[in-house]
Design a protein. Structure first.
Length: 341
């Protein structure tokens, strides 16, 4: 398995651009929390290198190249997408009560929920003026406005998906269409936005941006399906996420939705009875995993993720894109699904 994305040639310049947006100037505490979350500093403010994989920004820059543009023109869009993504992560950690992310304490677990919300809000607020910097790269004003609209709408979709995800925790009748609606918004929207924005930055036509955005939507959905697998069967030493964490929170992830739809009547009722408990202990988690294994939920989810990826690659082959960056987008698609379970 690859531990880093196969396309890293943009990473240095992208990181330099992003770091320039979040300097060590005042207000110090706010920006310190942000830099800590991004992996640039430890909790005491000392330099550190524990950053994420920058999947969405990489796809944005590749989309710009694939549409015939100079990739650096898309740096403001790529940075804006990364800011929005990290806003969502800080807030997700608060909502899910996660104490760790990537083997490090989460922002809220160090500074408290209220300050973590402030840090997340600041990242979101930064995103809009950053995407408007596309004008500084020579992108026409009308296209810059369209890019801002795309980013705002995808952010709203992402929050709507997160709202559904939390609401589903209290429901026992979530079916596959409802799950897919949720995950296409929660995880698919920002991948969609990343690829659309790359095309817009290149000066590509808006129809191409929309079609490449659909590729991103499929990839983002596949990515979330893989994350659902990790949430049940993942190895914490590799993922930084406790095995069974999604079950403990009574998440209606795809393995559970599949079991509730396809399992035998007695098994479904037993699963619902466990999920109806106000809190789940280790024995409950083990019982749920046993039921999921009985219906082959992991294999089902892996097939769904693979199909989504193949659909995305098929659509890529039909688009008028430059061949080399197109191939790199395909490599990224493969990487997104090469997750250790």
């Amino acid at each position: 398995m690859l531990s880093v994305p196969p396309v890293a040639r943009h990473r240095r310049e992208f990181n330099k651009y992003l770091r320039a947006l979040i300097s060590d100037q005042q207000p110090w505490l706010l920006y310190h929390m942000i830099r800590y979350h991004l992996g640039w500093e430890d909790a005491e403010g000392q330099p550190e290198d524990a950053g994420g994989k920058a999947l969405r920004p990489t796809l944005c820059l590749l989309a710009c190249e694939a549409a015939g543009g100079e990739w650096h023109r898309a740096l403001p869009a790529a940075a804006a997408v990364e800011l929005v993504h990290n806003f969502s992560l800080i807030h997700d950690d608060v909502q899910d009560r996660d104490q760790e992310r990537h083997h490090r304490p989460t922002v809220w677990s160090i500074w408290g929920e209220a300050q973590a919300i402030n840090a997340g809000d600041a990242l979101l607020a930064l995103a809009r003026p950053v995407v408007l910097r596309l004008a500084d790269e020579g992108v026409p004003a009308a296209t810059v406005i369209e890019a801002a609209r795309v980013l705002d709408e995808s952010t709203l979709e992402m929050v709507a998906g997160q709202t559904l995800d939390i609401a589903f925790e209290a429901k026992s009748d979530v079916d596959l269409p409802a799950y897919l609606q949720m995950v296409r918004q929660k995880s698919g929207a920002l991948f969609d936005s990343a690829l659309r924005l790359g095309v817009l930055a290149a000066g590509g036509d808006w129809e191409l941006a929309e079609r490449l955005g659909r590729v991103g939507r499929a990839l983002g959905t596949a990515f979330q399906v893989c994350d659902d697998i990790l949430g049940v069967w993942g190895d914490k030493s590799k993922t930084g996420k406790a095995a069974g964490a999604d079950i403990s929170r009574r998440k209606k992830s795809l393995p559970v939705v599949h079991a509730l739809s396809e399992g035998k009547s007695g098994m479904r009722e037993g699963l619902r009875a466990i999920y109806d408990k106000p809190a789940l202990d280790a024995d409950d988690v083990a019982q749920v995993r046993q039921r999921l294994d009985e219906v082959g939920a992991q294999e089902y989810c892996e097939r769904q993720a693979a199909e989504l990826k193949e659909d995305a690659i098929a659509e890529l082959s039909r688009l008028e894109l430059l061949p080399d960056p197109r191939e790199e987008i395909i490599q990224m698609a493969e990487f997104l699904l090469e997750r250790e379970f």
